[in-house]
Write a protein that binds this ligand. Structure first.
Ligand SMILES: NC(=O)c1ccc[n+]([C@@H]2O[C@H](COP(=O)([O-])OP(=O)(O)OC[C@H]3O[C@@H](n4cnc5c(N)ncnc54)[C@H](O)[C@@H]3O)[C@@H](O)[C@H]2O)c1
Length: 367
């Protein structure tokens, strides 16, 4: 497979490359040698989780050593629990004990959890050192490794403490996706489907056409999917780097109901991707009454999600409980619940929906 390169250009930030290839983990060292500043970095620290350590850490370290780079590694527990202030403090202590300086860099080898944690510790240690993202889940390749959001969780909620910090390079080796189980695979597919719906006809209908081969992990198509998602996300982030002017909020399409489902059903009961897919179904349903989305589009989106292994959830709760959970979401602001609605493919709108309208829609959707 021919390796691909996407250049991410965000105003006020240095451009960075996203490299998408198969087997490219073995070229990580030589790729990083070409990143300004990193070739002379006295020390790199690879942060990974216990699952990814077993599978890919050895190859990453060999590649860095073969390129003449000095690197050490640190393993955090696998799972969302590692995105905590406590784990971040342990990593900061380890970075200090290793003698990392301003010209060193951290490398996130893993999924979105490792990526968010590493971005957070890297962007805060000594007021910020370089961060490299080496995503190994589909979700992190299509979404979290690009755009610069970093975070840890608090008791009070997910992602409540974090920074905006763009990486200096992203290296996605799609061969690492072969070890991902179906639950994690479809989590990435849900975010990719979301991007296609809010992006353009071209992306959405390409995804519809290739859905079953993408679900079947056909390499060339998966690489193309990742590229399309990154190009789309980079374009959104370029317009609204710090989620301050409403553009970046489009990436929350499907997430308002998803967060409520995850909270009400209990975290982990459904995968995040399954909840997002259900959230997209509801958002499209709601969009019919609010912004004139055509029923054909609701159906086309539903068919795409089915093909991607994301069928309707079959989960129900009292509409009032769902509304209350939506209002607790940290992204809810002021009165009403802010929904990303779609008028058409690629034509989204932020709508503040009052309680009564939302209750009626939830009742109709779950009837
Ligand atoms: N920063 C952002 O813009 C952004 C965007 C979306 C999501 N996120 C965050 O991303 C996180 C979710 O990321 P995720 O879905 O990648 O979860 P994850 O990082 O927990 O990875 C999922 C599981 O897969 C394992 N794994 C990783 N790579 C593997 C591989 N190649 N083969 C086998 N197993 C592998 C991990 O050890 C873990 O058990 C959440 O914390 C979310 O808040 C951040």
């Amino acid at each position: 497979m021919q390796a691909m390169r996407v250049v991410v250009s965000i105003p006020g930030e240095p451009d960075y490359d996203v490299r998408i290839g198969s087997g490219s983990l073995d070229e990580l060292g030589s790729a990083l040698r070409r990143v300004p500043g990193l070739a002379k970095s006295p020390q790199l620290l690879v942060i990974t989780d216990a699952n990814v350590e077993r599978l890919y850490l050895g190859r990453a370290m060999d590649s860095l050593a073969n390129a003449g780079l000095t690197a050490s590694s640190l393993v955090v527990p696998a799972g969302e629990g590692a995105k905590s202030v406590e784990v971040a403090a342990e990593v900061w202590d380890a970075m200090a004990a290793l003698g990392l300086t301003r010209d060193c860099a951290v490398i996130a080898l893993g999924g979105g959890v490792v990526g968010d944690l590493t971005g957070f510790v890297g962007s805060t240690f000594m007021r910020g050192i370089s961060v490299v993202q080496v995503p190994t889940t589909l979700l992190s390749m299509v979404d979290s490794s690009v755009g610069g959001k970093t975070a840890v969780n608090l008791e009070a909620g997910k992602n409540l403490v974090g920074t905006f910090c763009q990486p200096v390079q992203v290296c996605a080796d799609i061969a690492t996706l072969s070890t991902l189980d179906e639950r994690e695979w479809t989590c990435g597919l849900a975010e990719a489907a979301k991007s296609s719906v809010i992006s353009s006809d071209d992306f959405f209908f390409w995804m519809v056409e290739n859905a079953s081969a993408i679900f079947g992990r056909e390499e060339e198509l998966v690489a193309e999917l990742i590229k399309r998602c990154i190009v789309f996300k980079a374009g959104v982030v370029a317009q609204d780097k710090t989620e301050s002017c409403g553009v970046r909020e489009c990436l929350n399409y499907g997430h308002t109901l998803a967060h409520a489902i995850e909270a009400l059903a209990g975290y982990g009961t459904y995968s995040h991707g399954a909840a997002v897919a259900e959230g997209m179904r509801f958002a499209a349903f709601l969009s019919q009454g609010l912004v004139g989305c055509e029923p054909d589009l609701v159906e086309a989106q539903g068919a795409l999600l089915d093909e991607l292994g994301l069928p309707p959830l079959g989960w129900k709760a009292d509409a009032r409980d769902i509304l209350t959970a939506m209002k607790h979401d940290k992204k809810a602001r002021g009165t009403g619940v802010r929904f990303v609605c779609i008028r058409d493919i690629g034509a989204w709108e932020l709508v503040s929906v009052d309680d009564e309208t939302l209750l009626e829609a939830l009742e109709a959707y779950y009837a």
